[in-house]
Write a protein that binds this ligand. Structure first.
Ligand SMILES: C[S@@+](CC[C@H](N)C(=O)[O-])C[C@H]1O[C@@H](n2cnc3c(N)ncnc32)[C@H](O)[C@@H]1O
Length: 279
């Protein structure tokens, strides 16, 4: 009874709030932030072979009726960019923890959407029976998963014995200098770089906890950027993971402009690749 009364008072005093949503969930409420970052890479990459085509190229041959699970599918670009070559009988489950992302994904796939199943889930708890999938894909998302050990146990559980787990990620050189400069000028402690959590270097060891075999394949790329605004948009799209004071943006803009005036362009290393794990 006392608890009920206390709760009633808290409600009246405005203390009972909706469960707070984490910065990561806010960042990925829909695909708008992710699309801004993808736009920078899409426009200024020196490697003109599409990243998403390359990711698909790496898959080992799969049965005609393969079952495939993508974790953290975002706007579904991997499938959108490969629609012309996905076998008609594949059963593909596109999953993400963000309902907004899944909505954008459905929209992005347009009339092809009926070829895919969609599922809202957290990658560390997979609601599927054991040995259900021939392939599980985590494209630029596994570094976001807090409990990667639990996720890997579950990924192994849902994979068939001859299945593969495909995880793309960044290396330690990925945008290193650019991130360091932005962190200094924006005066924000940067969200730990993805490669520090699960990268091309330390990811191999993490995967070996569950999978006997892990191979690394690299996608060579760098950006040559000669405009300031796309760089500003890139960092602005990371809010609320970073939250600088307003005037700091002007300083960052001036810095990029000076660099471009002096050198004509800013060269940014894009160290990325794929780790392929199997039993
Ligand atoms: C950088 S985006 C990559 C999107 C897509 N895979 C691509 O490469 O185009 C990361 C995605 O992972 C999702 N995500 C992050 N953590 C997740 C988790 N623990 N479980 C499921 N999805 C997650 C985000 O909502 C977002 O859509």
């Amino acid at each position: 009874m006392e608890r009920v009364v206390a709760a009633a008072w808290d409600a009246i005093n405005g203390k009972l709030m909706k469960p707070s949503i984490s910065p990561l969930h806010r960042q990925y409420q829909d695909s708008s932030n992710f699309r801004k970052r993808a736009a920078l890479v899409g426009r200024f990459s020196t490697n003109r072979y599409s990243w998403y085509r390359w990711v698909y190229d790496q898959f080992y041959p799969l049965p005609d009726d393969a079952a495939v699970l993508e974790l953290g599918c975002g706007p579904g670009s991997l499938w959108k960019r490969n629609l012309d070559r996905i076998p008609v009988n594949w059963k593909i489950v596109l999953s993400d923890f963000s309902a907004g992302m899944l909505r954008d994904c459905q929209q992005n796939l347009g009339s092809a959407v009926s070829r895919f199943l969609s599922c809202q889930l957290d990658a560390s708890r997979l609601p599927f029976r054991a040995a259900r999938f021939d392939a599980v894909i985590a494209n630029m998302m596994f570094y976001h998963v807090e409990d990667r050990a639990a996720a890997l146990r579950d990924i192994r559980r849902v994979l068939r014995a001859d299945g593969h787990f495909y995880a793309t990620t960044t290396g330690t050189e990925y945008m290193r200098e650019l991130n360091a400069v932005a962190t200094r000028i924006l005066q924000v402690p940067r969200y730990a770089p993805s490669a520090q959590r699960f990268g091309l270097e330390n990811g191999i060891e993490q995967l070996r906890a569950e999978f006997a075999n892990v191979e690394l394949r690299r996608y060579e790329n760098e950006l040559r950027v000669n405009e300031v605004q796309p760089l500003i948009d890139y960092f602005a799209s990371m809010e609320p993971l970073i939250a600088p004071r307003a005037e700091r943006w002007d300083e960052l803009r001036d810095y990029f402009q000076r660099q471009i005036d002096e050198r004509g362009e800013i060269v940014i290393p894009i160290e990325v690749g794929m780790l392929i794990a199997h039993l």
